[in-house]
Design a protein around this ligand. Structure first.
Ligand code: UDP
Length: 254
Protein backbone atom coordinates (compact mmCIF):
# COMPACT_ATOMS: atom_id res chain seq x y z
CA UNK A 1 0.00 0.00 0.00
CA UNK A 2 1.23 3.47 -0.88
CA UNK A 3 1.88 5.65 2.18
CA UNK A 4 -0.77 8.24 2.99
CA UNK A 5 0.07 11.59 1.54
CA UNK A 6 -1.42 14.98 1.92
CA UNK A 7 -3.56 15.99 -1.03
CA UNK A 8 -2.90 19.62 -1.94
CA UNK A 9 -5.30 20.03 -4.84
CA UNK A 10 -7.57 17.95 -7.04
CA UNK A 11 -8.47 19.15 -10.51
CA UNK A 12 -10.38 17.58 -13.39
CA UNK A 13 -7.50 15.50 -14.78
CA UNK A 14 -4.78 15.61 -12.12
CA UNK A 15 -4.16 15.49 -8.38
CA UNK A 16 -1.33 17.27 -6.58
CA UNK A 17 0.15 15.71 -3.44
CA UNK A 18 2.72 17.05 -1.03
CA UNK A 19 6.20 16.16 -2.32
CA UNK A 20 9.07 14.44 -0.50
CA UNK A 21 10.98 17.70 0.02
CA UNK A 22 9.88 21.29 0.65
CA UNK A 23 9.17 23.09 -2.61
CA UNK A 24 8.21 19.89 -4.43
CA UNK A 25 4.88 18.27 -5.29
CA UNK A 26 3.82 14.95 -6.77
CA UNK A 27 1.55 15.36 -9.80
CA UNK A 28 -0.76 12.36 -10.37
CA UNK A 29 -2.43 11.92 -13.79
CA UNK A 30 -6.01 10.59 -13.62
CA UNK A 31 -7.86 8.76 -16.39
CA UNK A 32 -10.76 11.22 -16.18
CA UNK A 33 -11.61 13.23 -19.27
CA UNK A 34 -13.85 16.28 -19.17
CA UNK A 35 -14.96 18.76 -21.80
CA UNK A 36 -17.12 21.86 -21.90
CA UNK A 37 -16.00 22.84 -18.38
CA UNK A 38 -17.08 19.48 -16.94
CA UNK A 39 -20.37 19.17 -18.88
CA UNK A 40 -19.11 15.99 -20.62
CA UNK A 41 -17.26 13.41 -18.51
CA UNK A 42 -15.78 9.96 -18.95
CA UNK A 43 -13.00 7.73 -17.71
CA UNK A 44 -10.56 6.83 -20.49
CA UNK A 45 -8.55 3.79 -19.52
CA UNK A 46 -4.84 4.55 -19.89
CA UNK A 47 -5.10 8.30 -20.55
CA UNK A 48 -3.30 9.26 -17.33
CA UNK A 49 -0.38 6.95 -18.09
CA UNK A 50 -0.01 8.36 -21.61
CA UNK A 51 -0.25 12.00 -20.50
CA UNK A 52 2.28 11.45 -17.72
CA UNK A 53 4.73 10.05 -20.30
CA UNK A 54 4.00 12.67 -22.94
CA UNK A 55 4.22 15.60 -20.54
CA UNK A 56 7.56 14.20 -19.30
CA UNK A 57 8.77 13.97 -22.90
CA UNK A 58 7.82 17.57 -23.80
CA UNK A 59 8.96 19.15 -20.53
CA UNK A 60 12.31 17.32 -20.68
CA UNK A 61 12.85 18.47 -24.26
CA UNK A 62 12.01 22.05 -23.32
CA UNK A 63 14.50 21.86 -20.45
CA UNK A 64 17.14 20.68 -22.92
CA UNK A 65 16.72 23.82 -25.04
CA UNK A 66 16.79 26.08 -21.99
CA UNK A 67 13.07 26.66 -21.43
CA UNK A 68 12.51 26.37 -17.67
CA UNK A 69 9.72 24.05 -16.52
CA UNK A 70 8.37 22.71 -13.23
CA UNK A 71 9.29 19.13 -14.16
CA UNK A 72 11.89 17.31 -12.02
CA UNK A 73 11.45 13.62 -12.87
CA UNK A 74 8.88 10.95 -13.51
CA UNK A 75 8.29 8.74 -10.49
CA UNK A 76 6.14 5.96 -11.90
CA UNK A 77 3.43 5.23 -14.48
CA UNK A 78 1.09 7.96 -13.26
CA UNK A 79 3.17 10.33 -11.18
CA UNK A 80 5.88 12.89 -11.63
CA UNK A 81 7.86 15.00 -9.20
CA UNK A 82 7.53 18.72 -9.91
CA UNK A 83 8.62 22.04 -8.42
CA UNK A 84 5.93 23.76 -6.40
CA UNK A 85 5.04 27.01 -8.16
CA UNK A 86 2.58 29.84 -7.76
CA UNK A 87 0.30 29.39 -10.76
CA UNK A 88 -0.51 32.57 -12.67
CA UNK A 89 -4.31 32.42 -13.19
CA UNK A 90 -4.09 32.49 -16.98
CA UNK A 91 -4.47 29.95 -19.75
CA UNK A 92 -1.83 30.97 -22.24
CA UNK A 93 -2.98 29.85 -25.68
CA UNK A 94 -0.81 29.84 -28.80
CA UNK A 95 -2.44 29.33 -32.18
CA UNK A 96 -0.82 28.53 -35.53
CA UNK A 97 -4.02 27.59 -37.38
CA UNK A 98 -7.58 28.66 -36.67
CA UNK A 99 -9.69 26.13 -34.73
CA UNK A 100 -12.10 25.80 -31.83
CA UNK A 101 -13.18 28.99 -30.12
CA UNK A 102 -11.23 31.23 -32.52
CA UNK A 103 -13.02 29.75 -35.52
CA UNK A 104 -16.38 30.10 -33.79
CA UNK A 105 -15.73 33.66 -32.65
CA UNK A 106 -14.36 34.98 -35.94
CA UNK A 107 -15.99 32.68 -38.47
CA UNK A 108 -12.63 31.48 -39.80
CA UNK A 109 -12.68 27.96 -41.18
CA UNK A 110 -10.87 25.44 -38.96
CA UNK A 111 -7.42 24.66 -40.34
CA UNK A 112 -6.80 28.09 -41.90
CA UNK A 113 -3.16 29.02 -41.36
CA UNK A 114 -2.78 32.23 -39.35
CA UNK A 115 -0.48 35.02 -40.63
CA UNK A 116 1.75 34.42 -37.58
CA UNK A 117 1.48 32.58 -34.28
CA UNK A 118 -1.03 34.34 -32.04
CA UNK A 119 -0.76 34.31 -28.25
CA UNK A 120 -3.93 34.93 -26.24
CA UNK A 121 -4.93 34.79 -22.59
CA UNK A 122 -7.94 33.37 -20.81
CA UNK A 123 -8.59 34.14 -17.16
CA UNK A 124 -8.66 30.83 -15.26
CA UNK A 125 -12.02 30.70 -13.55
CA UNK A 126 -14.35 27.74 -14.11
CA UNK A 127 -17.37 29.68 -12.82
CA UNK A 128 -16.83 32.25 -15.58
CA UNK A 129 -15.91 29.61 -18.19
CA UNK A 130 -12.31 30.86 -18.53
CA UNK A 131 -13.09 34.06 -20.47
CA UNK A 132 -10.72 35.45 -23.08
CA UNK A 133 -9.12 38.63 -21.72
CA UNK A 134 -7.05 41.41 -23.29
CA UNK A 135 -3.45 41.86 -22.11
CA UNK A 136 -4.45 45.15 -20.53
CA UNK A 137 -6.78 43.31 -18.11
CA UNK A 138 -3.93 41.04 -17.05
CA UNK A 139 -1.80 43.96 -15.93
CA UNK A 140 -4.63 46.18 -14.65
CA UNK A 141 -6.08 43.44 -12.43
CA UNK A 142 -2.61 42.45 -11.21
CA UNK A 143 -2.65 38.84 -12.44
CA UNK A 144 0.81 39.48 -13.90
CA UNK A 145 3.08 42.51 -14.34
CA UNK A 146 3.89 43.93 -17.77
CA UNK A 147 7.38 42.41 -17.41
CA UNK A 148 5.88 38.99 -16.57
CA UNK A 149 3.54 39.30 -19.53
CA UNK A 150 6.39 40.05 -21.95
CA UNK A 151 8.34 37.10 -20.55
CA UNK A 152 5.26 34.84 -20.80
CA UNK A 153 4.78 35.70 -24.49
CA UNK A 154 8.46 35.00 -25.19
CA UNK A 155 8.25 31.66 -23.31
CA UNK A 156 5.02 30.68 -25.07
CA UNK A 157 6.55 31.35 -28.50
CA UNK A 158 9.62 29.26 -27.64
CA UNK A 159 7.36 26.43 -26.52
CA UNK A 160 5.46 26.81 -29.80
CA UNK A 161 8.61 26.59 -31.92
CA UNK A 162 9.82 23.53 -30.02
CA UNK A 163 6.47 21.73 -30.05
CA UNK A 164 5.77 22.58 -33.71
CA UNK A 165 9.17 21.18 -34.74
CA UNK A 166 8.87 18.01 -32.68
CA UNK A 167 5.40 17.36 -34.08
CA UNK A 168 6.29 18.20 -37.68
CA UNK A 169 9.10 15.63 -37.50
CA UNK A 170 6.51 12.90 -36.87
CA UNK A 171 3.95 14.10 -39.40
CA UNK A 172 1.71 15.99 -36.99
CA UNK A 173 0.54 19.60 -37.27
CA UNK A 174 0.46 21.61 -34.03
CA UNK A 175 -2.71 23.62 -34.57
CA UNK A 176 -2.83 25.28 -31.14
CA UNK A 177 -2.10 24.56 -27.48
CA UNK A 178 -2.54 25.87 -23.96
CA UNK A 179 0.11 26.18 -21.29
CA UNK A 180 0.13 27.46 -17.75
CA UNK A 181 2.95 29.45 -16.22
CA UNK A 182 4.14 29.40 -12.62
CA UNK A 183 6.33 31.61 -10.48
CA UNK A 184 9.17 30.24 -8.37
CA UNK A 185 10.12 32.69 -5.67
CA UNK A 186 13.68 33.28 -4.49
CA UNK A 187 13.51 35.98 -1.83
CA UNK A 188 11.96 39.05 -3.44
CA UNK A 189 12.59 37.83 -6.96
CA UNK A 190 10.77 35.24 -9.02
CA UNK A 191 11.34 33.38 -12.23
CA UNK A 192 8.73 32.03 -14.58
CA UNK A 193 8.50 28.37 -15.55
CA UNK A 194 6.18 26.29 -17.73
CA UNK A 195 3.93 24.38 -15.32
CA UNK A 196 0.86 22.07 -15.30
CA UNK A 197 1.12 19.67 -18.26
CA UNK A 198 1.73 19.57 -21.98
CA UNK A 199 -0.19 16.69 -23.52
CA UNK A 200 -2.82 15.94 -26.18
CA UNK A 201 -5.36 17.10 -23.57
CA UNK A 202 -4.10 20.66 -24.02
CA UNK A 203 -3.03 20.72 -27.69
CA UNK A 204 -4.72 20.35 -31.05
CA UNK A 205 -2.76 17.83 -33.08
CA UNK A 206 -3.73 16.87 -36.64
CA UNK A 207 -2.11 14.18 -38.75
CA UNK A 208 -0.61 16.10 -41.67
CA UNK A 209 -1.40 13.47 -44.29
CA UNK A 210 -4.96 12.54 -43.37
CA UNK A 211 -6.13 15.39 -41.14
CA UNK A 212 -7.04 12.83 -38.44
CA UNK A 213 -7.40 14.48 -35.04
CA UNK A 214 -5.02 13.07 -32.42
CA UNK A 215 -6.05 15.20 -29.43
CA UNK A 216 -8.87 15.84 -26.96
CA UNK A 217 -11.23 16.95 -29.75
CA UNK A 218 -11.67 13.18 -30.37
CA UNK A 219 -13.44 13.12 -26.99
CA UNK A 220 -15.08 16.57 -27.21
CA UNK A 221 -16.57 15.77 -30.63
CA UNK A 222 -17.12 11.97 -30.29
CA UNK A 223 -14.70 11.04 -33.06
CA UNK A 224 -13.63 7.61 -31.80
CA UNK A 225 -11.15 6.23 -29.29
CA UNK A 226 -9.22 8.88 -27.37
CA UNK A 227 -6.76 6.31 -26.00
CA UNK A 228 -5.96 5.13 -29.55
CA UNK A 229 -5.32 8.72 -30.67
CA UNK A 230 -2.99 9.48 -27.71
CA UNK A 231 -1.24 6.12 -28.16
CA UNK A 232 -0.57 7.04 -31.78
CA UNK A 233 1.06 10.34 -30.72
CA UNK A 234 3.18 8.55 -28.10
CA UNK A 235 4.19 5.81 -30.55
CA UNK A 236 5.28 8.28 -33.23
CA UNK A 237 7.35 10.24 -30.73
CA UNK A 238 9.04 7.03 -29.59
CA UNK A 239 7.61 7.46 -26.11
CA UNK A 240 6.07 3.99 -26.38
CA UNK A 241 7.68 1.08 -28.20
CA UNK A 242 6.00 0.71 -31.62
CA UNK A 243 4.59 -2.74 -30.82
CA UNK A 244 2.60 -1.51 -27.81
CA UNK A 245 -1.03 -0.79 -28.57
CA UNK A 246 -3.71 0.28 -26.18
CA UNK A 247 -5.63 -2.67 -24.80
CA UNK A 248 -8.74 -2.43 -22.67
CA UNK A 249 -8.49 -3.69 -19.09
CA UNK A 250 -9.28 -7.40 -18.66
CA UNK A 251 -12.75 -7.88 -17.26
CA UNK A 252 -13.56 -10.33 -14.51
CA UNK A 253 -15.76 -13.21 -15.60
CA UNK A 254 -17.97 -14.59 -12.85
N1 UDP B 1 -7.46 24.38 -24.03
C1 UDP B 1 -7.16 23.70 -22.87
N2 UDP B 1 -7.95 23.91 -21.76
C2 UDP B 1 -8.98 24.77 -21.75
C3 UDP B 1 -9.29 25.47 -22.94
C4 UDP B 1 -8.51 25.24 -24.06
O1 UDP B 1 -6.21 22.92 -22.82
O2 UDP B 1 -9.64 24.92 -20.71
C5 UDP B 1 -6.63 24.14 -25.24
C6 UDP B 1 -7.39 23.38 -26.30
O3 UDP B 1 -7.15 21.99 -26.18
C7 UDP B 1 -6.78 23.92 -27.57
C8 UDP B 1 -6.38 25.37 -27.22
O4 UDP B 1 -6.31 25.40 -25.81
O5 UDP B 1 -5.62 23.19 -27.91
C9 UDP B 1 -7.35 26.41 -27.72
O6 UDP B 1 -8.65 26.09 -27.29
P1 UDP B 1 -9.93 26.94 -27.73
O7 UDP B 1 -9.81 28.31 -27.18
O8 UDP B 1 -10.11 26.81 -29.19
O9 UDP B 1 -11.10 26.32 -26.90
P2 UDP B 1 -12.10 25.13 -27.19
O10 UDP B 1 -12.49 25.16 -28.61
O11 UDP B 1 -11.30 23.91 -26.80
O12 UDP B 1 -13.20 25.44 -26.23
Amino acid sequence: MAPRRKKIYEGKAKILYEGPEPGTLVQYFKDDATAGNGAKKDVIDGKGVLNNRLSEFFMTGLGQIGVPTHFIRRLNMREQLIRQVEIIPLEVIVRNYAAGSMSTRLGIEEGTQLPRPIVEFCYKDDKLNDPLVPEEYVVAFGWASQQDLDDIVALALRVNDFMSGVMLAVGIRLVDFKIEIGRIWDGDFHRLVVADEISPDSCRLWDIETGRKLDKDVFRRDLGSLADAYTEVARRLGVLPSNVTHRPKPTLIN
